[in-house]
Design a protein around this ligand. Sequence first.
Ligand SMILES: Nc1ncnc2c1ncn2[C@@H]1O[C@H](COP(=O)(O)OP(=O)(O)OP(=O)(O)O)[C@@H](O)[C@H]1O
Ligand SMILES: [Mg+2]
Length: 578
Amino acid sequence: MNKIEILSDDLINKIAAGEVIERPASAVKELVENSIDANSKKIDIYIKDAGKTEITVSDNGSGIEKSQLKKAVIRHSTSKINSNLLNKIKTMGFRGEALSSIVSVSDFTIRANCNNDLDGHEINLTAGNLTYSKPASQKKGCFVSVKNLFYSTPARLKFLKSASYETLLIKRLIQKFAIIHIDKEFNLIVNNKKVINTRQNSELDVKEQLKKRAAEILGQDFVENTIEFEEKQNELCVAGLLGLPTYSYSNSNNQYIYVNGRIINDKSLNTIVKVAYRDLLFHDRFPQVIINIKCPFDWVDVNVHPMKNEVRFKDKDLLNSFLIKSIKSSLATLGHKNSNKSSFELINKFQSKNNFQKNLILKENSEIENKANTEVKKIEKKSLDYLPLGFAKSQFHENYIISQTKDGIIIIDQHAAHERIIYEKLKEDFYNKKIKTQILLIPIIVNVDNIILNSLKKKFLNLERFGLKIEPFGPDSLILREIPAIIAESNLQKLIEALISELVNEESFDSIEIEINKICSTIACYGSIRSGRELQIEEMNDLLRKMENTDFSGQCNHGRPTYIKLSLIDIEKLFGRK
Ligand SMILES: Nc1ncnc2c1ncn2[C@@H]1O[C@H](COP(=O)(O)OP(=O)(O)OP(=O)(O)O)[C@@H](O)[C@H]1O
Ligand SMILES: [Mg+2]
């Protein structure tokens, strides 16, 4: 065996660098966090060749005194631990090893000044060794240049992905910083091209600032399809923007989650967000959200991983349940609102095809049309202001309702909309224990295999809680005697068959809540107006009014929109009038 040796500082630093600085984006993260900790108001990041050739970060923060500059790059040196107790860390950095790690694997220059003059100082280190220390012109703040990252650890270089991927990671990182540090200006310049440019909007209040920043970074579309939310419980607060369920995404990349302003990558928090949206989204969709979790600093341990992007909560259960409750109650204010995404897509399709007349064949039903006309005329135009979903004008293809609103038209999928209404009503009545039932004049008898009947007897009896009175009827059949009144007109035979197969397939549900949702959802699906049924104008308007008064009616139980909106302006554009 070889002799045991104590590692040299150089080797120790390289090993540490391996943990902290995984790729160019991690170096950028450390440098920007230092600028944030220094209270900078403006942070400029320049990237060349995906950060492999050069990364520079310059800020207008507190700067570093000349006599301290060499210390800053020594391992385990930090100015932050004094202001931090290890169990109450307020700053982004606290380990005192980021700069020393970067220094050990690059050609490193740092220039700083902590006064309001230009008399700064600069040092340079190559592979960890000081090459010079000299006065240099620098405004108050700090400038860091990292050249040839990983040149001393070529193995690391090999593991990096393509330049465009590494650049994308840097861009996403700066976006994440910019979304939460709304009081700071961020500029990201990649190969001389400005990629991100945000402004300070200090004249606006905090909520407006967040929206403005989110629009700058993620687009106006994001802001228009999200709602503000803020919930507090003692010292815990969650706030941000929540995406409409119909504005969902196929992965969790668009979930921006922070803890006390720190960027957090924690899959379990993504899962919690999903749970909160569960009832509104397909299982493979992810809501788009910005969420900042604010709590006392000693509720979280940030010293979990050298990269500091994981945290451990003292009371994870408390946080999880509060987060779910808060998101759910904020989403409950949505009412009938849904995303404008589908309408945009529709318009784009129209415009790109140009043969839209062929696609939109309205089934004219003159009788209904006439009735609708007189009805709409009767009602003063003013009342449209109060009826966001407008007045039904006609039905086409036996499933779609066209309604006229104050400033456009709405097309409603009658089945999807009705399904949601029944679903929400059933659930509400279920929890309030007041499902209105109706006794069937002619009970329905369904044949069921004897084995199933015996094994699920109890469950069938349980359905009475949902307004369905089902009893065994002989050795191999069931009899349905009573149903929830709101589904009176549906195909009950099919409903019972669907419920049976559901109970057989899912003998144990994950939770009572899931079971309740599932059963209500099945009843709603079979109990709602099917597509293919002709509706009278009164029925259509009744449906619209119910939608306006039903939570989440903008999407069906599977997350699809129940209606799409075309504004008059969009329609005029389609006809080339605007
Ligand atoms: N942009 C900056 N402006 C002002 N001071 C800075 C800046 N960057 C670094 N410093 C100083 O250099 C010290 C060392 O920085 P370094 O990033 O290595 O450690 P840290 O931020 O204290 O902890 P961590 O390793 O967790 O990032 C900091 O504590 C800070 O005093
Ligand atoms: Mg740091």
